[in-house]
Design a protein around this ligand. Structure first.
Ligand code: NAD
Ligand code: ZN
Length: 340
């Protein structure tokens, strides 16, 4: 088991990655915790033993259950069990469970400790790390939440054996992104070390910019590499294209925008193609995507009139680049296969 740390001074916490990591749960529980509320889903099937009295609280599956009413149900169940500030929450699941369990822990009694047992690849390399928790509103995703760092995160690679293939692909999409956040060749590493490396990259970014400082253009914002187009693709396809899959295409597109702006060479674009291909992810835009529709979605809620902001690769690595001409972006979209 590989041991990492999210560096946050007195709130630093361990992340353990490897086969069998879940068996260390009792040893990473907050020392003063008397009882543990295990929050999970029916389909997860990962047995955990926090080493103290515990009870299992099952939530539903799918983004529709990521709501304030689920938080209310959970907190009421915690209260019925008589949970106090001396108790703790353990979230066992993918990103949906860790977001919900984390937010319930952040809110119950104004905040009790939480430990995450990440069971999806996406939760391991992204959602369970960094302390963002929350739920959706009808008005938008993740609109209500809190920063609430866990006391520990366990990433047991054995859990991935039961993860559906499509969910694995989503995790690989985020992993592809991490290749471009540092200069390292992550593909050269064995899987456990590669997952650990992705976590380390996110952990260091979070350590430097815990709460995504408003107006900050480095730090956590760079974790959104590939996400500008990805969000538009998720909406255009009515979420048929899943987040991680859309991110992979978004990375290829961002590389092409950077190339069109003379920020990177054709070889660097080819490197993006090679990384996404090696993760066995779709590399083309959805059939018949309208360039104007994609452009409009990318400009929405950004208050941009005729320019866009992207995270782009360049001579100094990734940077947030504002003021990109919409016509250039439209041209690159059409070259990439969108309809004019
Ligand atoms: N907090 C953050 O920083 C952050 C970052 C990225 C994503 N997220 C959130 O994470 C969520 C997506 O996470 P996800 O991709 O893990 O999806 P998910 O949690 O919905 O899990 C996907 C499916 O896989 C199942 N599953 C999970 N682990 C399994 C296992 N080991 N075996 C069998 N089935 C398993 C789940 O029950 C679910 O049906 C979104 O709500 C997103 O907003 C949060
Ligand atoms: Zn993402």
């Amino acid at each position: 088991v590989i041991s990492l740390s999210v560096p946050l001074a007195d709130r630093s916490y361990p992340v353990l990655v490897g086969s069998g990591a879940v068996r260390t749960l009792a040893s990473v529980m907050p020392t003063r915790a008397k009882r543990a509320a295990i929050v999970t889903q029916a389909g997860i099937g990962v047995d955990v033993d926090p080493g103290i009295e515990h009870r299992v609280f099952t939530i539903g599956d799918g983004e529709e259950v990521k709501t304030l009413s689920t938080i209310s149900d959970l907190c009421r169940a915690f209260a019925s069990w008589g949970m106090t500030r001396a108790d703790a929450v353990v979230g066992v699941g993918g990103g949906l469970v860790t977001d919900v369990a984390g937010f319930a822990a952040a809110s119950y009694h104004r905040g009790i400790p939480v430990v995450h047992v990440a069971t999806s690849l996406l939760a391991m390399v992204d959602a369970a790390i960094g302390g963002k928790t929350g739920v959706n509103l009808p008005e938008g995703k993740n609109l209500v939440g809190a920063f609430w760092q866990p006391s520990a995160v366990l990433c047991d690679l054995d859990a991935l054996a039961t993860l559906p293939a499509r969910e694995l692909a989503c995790g690989r999409g985020e992993m592809a992104k991490y290749h471009f956040l540092t200069g390292d060749d992550l593909l050269a590493l064995p899987l456990d070390q590669r997952i650990a490396r992705c976590i380390k990259i996110k952990a260091d970014v979070v350590g430097a910019d815990e709460r995504e400082a408003v107006g900050s253009t480095g730090g956590r914002a760079l974790l959104n590499y590939g996400h500008t187009l990805a969000h538009a693709l998720e909406i255009v396809t009515d979420h048929e294209l899943r987040h991680g899959e859309a991110v992979a295409i978004g990375l290829l597109f961002a590389a092409r925008v950077a190339h069109a702006m003379d920020r990177v060479s054709a070889e660097r674009v080819a490197e993006h193609d090679a990384v996404v291909a090696s993760y066995d992810l779709r590399s083309s835009l959805p059939e018949g995507l309208s360039a104007d529709r994609a452009l409009a979605l990318m400009m929405r809620d950004k208050k941009a009139i005729d320019s866009l902001t992207f995270i782009l690769d360049g001579p100094n690595g990734l940077e947030q680049v504002p003021g990109i001409d919409a016509d250039l972006v439209r041209r690159v979209l059409v070259d990439f296969g969108a309809t004019a």
